[in-house]
Design a binder for this molecule. Structure first.
Ligand SMILES: NC(=O)c1ccc[n+]([C@@H]2O[C@H](COP(=O)([O-])OP(=O)(O)OC[C@H]3O[C@@H](n4cnc5c(N)ncnc54)[C@H](OP(=O)(O)O)[C@@H]3O)[C@@H](O)[C@H]2O)c1
Length: 257
């Protein structure tokens, strides 16, 4: 067994959705720093260009593709692009997602349901399916789905978002049972409160409420996107070769407090 090195992902190809911002952007940079060749995917080309430029400036290798994960055809093209560009697919981080609209369940409606379930559940489902077709054929691969600590516990006013993240954890566990025996591991990352643009789009009633929530975690703070990226690097690496079907909480200890 070889121990992890700073270049623990040397030779691997990593596909990352939602790589234009926040956790996905940090994952693209950290995985590239550890040796992976990156395919960065999201809807905003200019932000993807910035990520690719940053990786390239650091001596890494990256390409980008514009993708809307609510469109199955985009996902098929994205996976094909990764294989065409680099010849294989070792790691897929299905991270793209939205918080939708936070409100009491009784005030939610079908339009808001679709707004959050389309990218967070159908998008992850289709990403997993088409990535796995490549990985099962290869006989190896690691899929990491970005769920949330809200994939294992509930939150007031967030029934739709929480529902999507429980669905992601459920699909992760089931796919792991189906695919690990064929060499493909599947895990979920379950972040707690992470400092990204996600938190500046109105999910908090006030700045004070946001700060109080962060202070109530045992870590007494938000996590950083880089702290999520290093967990993704671990799950994607051979260091996690016996880890599959796991919902890995990286939440500053919040969910057990
Ligand atoms: N921040 C937190 O506290 C936290 C906690 C738990 C879980 N998470 C999860 O972490 C993931 C990333 O969130 P973040 O905090 O990094 O927020 P973020 O900075 O807003 O990033 C969201 C990313 O998803 C992409 N995206 C959204 N809809 C998409 C679509 N239809 N097709 C393709 N890409 C799409 C966005 O890119 P474009 O707009 O360019 O498409 C962006 O890159 C989400 O799944 C979120 O639920 C976040």
């Amino acid at each position: 067994m070889t121990l992890s090195t700073p270049r623990q992902l040397e030779g691997k190809v990593a596909l990352i959705t939602g790589a234009s911002s926040g956790i996905g952007r940090a994952a693209a940079i950290v995985l590239a720093q550890r040796g992976a060749r990156i395919v960065a995917a999201a809807r905003r080309q200019s932000e993807l260009d910035d990520v690719v430029a940053e990786i390239t400036a650091q001596g890494g290798i990256a390409s980008s593709i514009v993708v809307d994960v609510t469109r199955e055809a985009d996902i098929i093209a994205m996976v094909q692009f990764a294989v065409d560009t680099y010849g294989q697919l070792d790691i897929a981080f299905n991270n793209a997602g939205t918080e939708g609209v936070f409100a009491p369940l009784i005030e939610q409606d079908n339009a808001r349901f679709d707004l959050v379930f389309e990218p967070n559940v159908r998008g992850v489902f289709n990403c997993m399916k088409y990535e796995a077709k490549v990985m099962l054929e290869q006989g190896f691969g690691s899929i990491i789905n970005n769920a949330s600590m809200g994939g294992v516990i509930g939150f007031e006013n967030a029934a739709l978002y929480i529902g999507t993240k429980h669905a992601v954890v459920g699909m992760t566990k089931t796919a792991s049972i189906e695919w690990f025996k064929h060499g493909v591991r599947v895990n979920a990352l379950c972040p707690g409160l992470i400092e990204t643009p996600f938190h500046h789009r109105g999910i908090w009633p006030s700045v004070e409420a946001q700060q109080a929530f962060a202070a109530s975690t045992p870590a007494s703070r938000f996590g950083t996107a880089e702290e999520m990226a290093t967990v993704v690097a671990f799950l994607g690496s051979e260091d996690a070769s016996y880890v599959s079907g796991h919902a890995l909480l990286a939440d500053g200890g919040y969910s057990v407090a």
